[in-house]
Design a protein around this ligand. Structure first.
Ligand SMILES: [Zn+2]
Length: 369
């Protein structure tokens, strides 16, 4: 995973060793017993699972000391109206807006649809939009819109401006001068440049839909940009790549898992890890796991399936927990019903009911091998 996210930074000398290793893949192929470096294995996996990654925002180093320069003014007073409706927030918002009536006002927004991700800033009746790669998060789109608004202010030398964003997490991330996020660092660097030039910047959080026409226009423009069939080749944040690769790997695991025919597949739908509740003792965990994988002392001996004494059917875990006539009354008492998938599900109450049943039926000590 680490190598995959670094592979997309082809221009970065920091990850040169990964690319150097890949250039020697042939040599490694000739000597199969050599352990191939992570870079080669990651590339092979990406090719195998058809994972195509876009460019990633490069991490930069700020050339001025972070503590010396004033940054922007962050206005998050409206956050206390976060759970109010749009009517309740309109008046306080208009009041705050009137305090900035000499400033150029920008509305930024990011949007995600089933087809892609869009990023927009809206200013003086004109919207400027970009279509981001589909793997980008809305958070990336929100930050990108703020960065583009700042670039606009730098280009046109806007003396003072107000950027309104409905992404509280973006505004909060930018309040951290020591942020390690590459896109946040780019924005902070630009804010420092503007601050040095005497341009005054204010970033304000607003509610998603405060009933303001300009903000609605930004929202609509971002949605339209998200529907663009061809993204604009904008780099994404490394964490977006990480999420995308994780999703691809999980999808592949799921595909392999659904093709298996093990006993555990009948109980568990996905390869996602099940955590055992803390209240279950270690010995009890072992017994529950044995039942789920179908390997118990009670049902198998020397790898051979035992036969149920009552009905002469193969004594599987399924038969033990669902059908055995001798335990019918106890099963009803402890609600051990609804099929093996339900009986062995990963739920604290279900596990405890099952353990009570096993203890009462005298089966508990017979299950563990
Ligand atoms: Zn039976």
């Amino acid at each position: 995973m680490w190598s995959m996210t670094r592979l997309v930074n082809t221009a970065s000398c920091k990850y040169a060793s990964i690319h150097w290793a890949y250039s020697r893949q042939e040599a490694y192929n000739r000597r199969q017993t050599y352990t191939r470096p992570a870079g080669i294995r990651a590339r092979e996996l990406m090719e195998k699972y058809n994972i195509v990654l876009p460019r990633v925002v490069e991490s930069t180093v700020c050339d001025s000391p972070l503590w010396l320069l004033p940054l922007a003014f962050f206005q998050t007073d409206l956050a206390r109206f976060k759970h109010c409706n749009s009517q309740e927030i309109t008046h306080p918002f208009q009041e705050l807006l009137s305090e900035h009536n000499r400033e150029l006002v920008f509305y930024t927004d990011g949007s995600e649809t089933a087809n892609g991700v869009g990023s927009t800033f809206y200013c003086a009746g004109v919207s400027h939009s970009w279509s981001l790669p589909a793997i980008a998060s809305v958070y990336t789109a929100e930050l990108y819109a703020i960065w583009q608004a700042l670039r606009y202010c730098e280009h046109y030398n806007v003396p003072s401006f107000l950027i309104c964003s409905d992404s509280l997490s973006s505004i909060q991330a930018l309040q951290d001068a020591y942020s390690t996020d590459p896109l946040a660092k780019m924005i902070l660097a630009l804010l420092r440049v503007l601050s040095k030039k005497g341009q005054q910047s204010t970033l304000m959080w607003i509610l998603g839909h405060p009933g303001i026409a300009d903000n609605e226009a930004a929202d609509e423009a971002a949605r339209v940009a998200a529907e663009e069939p061809e993204p604009d080749g904008i780099p994404v944040r490394p964490s977006d790549v990480k999420c995308h690769v994780s999703a691809c790997v999980r999808r592949e695991w799921h595909r392999v898992w659904s093709g298996l025919t093990t006993k555990l597949n009948a109980v568990k739908d996905s390869p996602r890890k099940w955590t055992t509740p803390l209240s279950i003792k270690r010995r009890e965990q072992v017994v529950i796991t044995r039942l789920r994988i179908g390997h118990t002392n009670l049902t198998l001996t020397g790898g051979n399936q035992l036969v149920c004494e009552g009905c002469q059917q193969p004594l599987t875990v399924k038969h033990l927990l669902e059908d055995r006539i001798v335990h019918r009354r106890l099963r009803r008492q402890f609600e051990i019903e609804g099929g093996i998938k339900r009986i062995l599900r990963n739920d604290e109450c279900a596990i405890k009911d099952l353990l009570f049943f096993l203890y009462t039926a005298g089966l508990f000590n017979c299950i563990r091998i």
